[in-house]
Design a protein around this ligand. Structure first.
Ligand SMILES: [Zn+2]
Length: 290
């Protein structure tokens, strides 16, 4: 099922992307066993990564979002490929906090408020593009908006949501949208966007009501006439492999390799999907000898 869509207004002044990431976040929850507030925090960051990844141009491009703070769940990492397929993990999965003053999951409490959002775009150049901004709120959507304003000088609006069943901890709905003004934006474009956003419902409410990503794009931009650019099916995808793990081991250097080669087996676990890779002593020694 197509669960991510990109649209542009007929005047070419802005584009909007929306995604239903419910299945993506469910898979994340299944793999990591995240407690409710971590499901919400990592789920939002994965959704943001998916929206941002879908804008990458090169097939092999990728974008990494990393939040490093004083919060209990920090650091939180999400990576997207150029199609919007994502993977990620949190520093801790078992953070439990009381609900916030609004009676909602305290995402900024788990994420932390004092820290940074780092965006690393690997665009196939020699060096990746790296942008970093101080966290604004730790609620993630505002932080993504702040990143675009400060690092890419692109006026944006981002909305993200993850709805968790309070009793079963199951993921009920997850999704988000990202509006970006293009350089061709006119003076009244921002006003029209802001007016439209005054009365919108939370993303998870729209999903609960059965709205599709296309419906969400149209709902958040009621004053614009939108055309579909493209759509895709995105999900949680880990890209780990035995060869990639070997490369990671090689990168630890000769000293570390020789220490590991003393053990009968070296076990490496993928942070993104918890898959275990076992390298017997002989294979480690082979790598050391290379
Ligand atoms: Zn993996």
């Amino acid at each position: 099922m197509q669960n991510l869509i990109r649209m542009m207004d007929t005047d070419g002044t802005l584009c909007v992307i929306a995604a239903d990431t419910t299945e993506t976040v469910r898979e994340m929850h299944r793999l990591h066993g995240t407690a409710k507030v971590v499901s919400a925090a990592l789920g939002r960051l994965l959704t943001a990564a998916s929206l941002m990844g879908s804008m990458l141009k090169g097939e092999k491009d990728s974008v990494t979002l990393k939040i490093s703070t004083d919060g209990e769940a920090s650091p939180i990492t999400a990576v997207s490929d150029s199609s919007g397929n994502v993977r990620g993990y949190a520093g801790r999965n078992d953070v439990v906090l009381p609900l916030n003053a609004k009676g909602k999951l305290d995402v900024s409490g788990a994420v932390g408020k004092n820290g940074t959002l780092t965006v690393i775009k690997d665009l196939g150049m020699r060096e990746p593009y790296v942008g970093q901004v101080p966290l604004v709120s730790g609620e993630i959507a505002e932080d993504v908006t702040a990143y675009y304003a400060a690092s890419e000088q692109t006026p944006s609006v981002c909305g993200l949501g993850v709805l968790v069943d309070p009793d079963t901890e199951n993921i009920l709905h997850a999704g988000g949208f990202l509006i970006q003004l293009l350089p061709t934006a006119m003076e009244d474009t921002i006003e029209k966007v802001e007016r439209g956003l005054e009365n919108i419902k939370p993303v998870t409410t729209m999903l609960f009501e059965g709205m599709t990503p296309e419906d969400i794009c149209r709902a958040v931009l009621p004053e614009f006439e939108l055309n579909v650019l493209d759509s895709a099916e995105v999900g949680y995808r880990c890209t780990c492999s035995r060869e990639r793990m070997k490369n990671a081991l090689r990168a630890t250097g000769k000293q570390a390799l020789s220490e590991m080669a003393e053990d009968e087996n070296t076990e490496v676990t993928c942070n993104f999907c918890n898959r275990q890779y076992v390298f017997p002593q002989a294979e480690m020694q082979e790598m050391l000898a290379e």
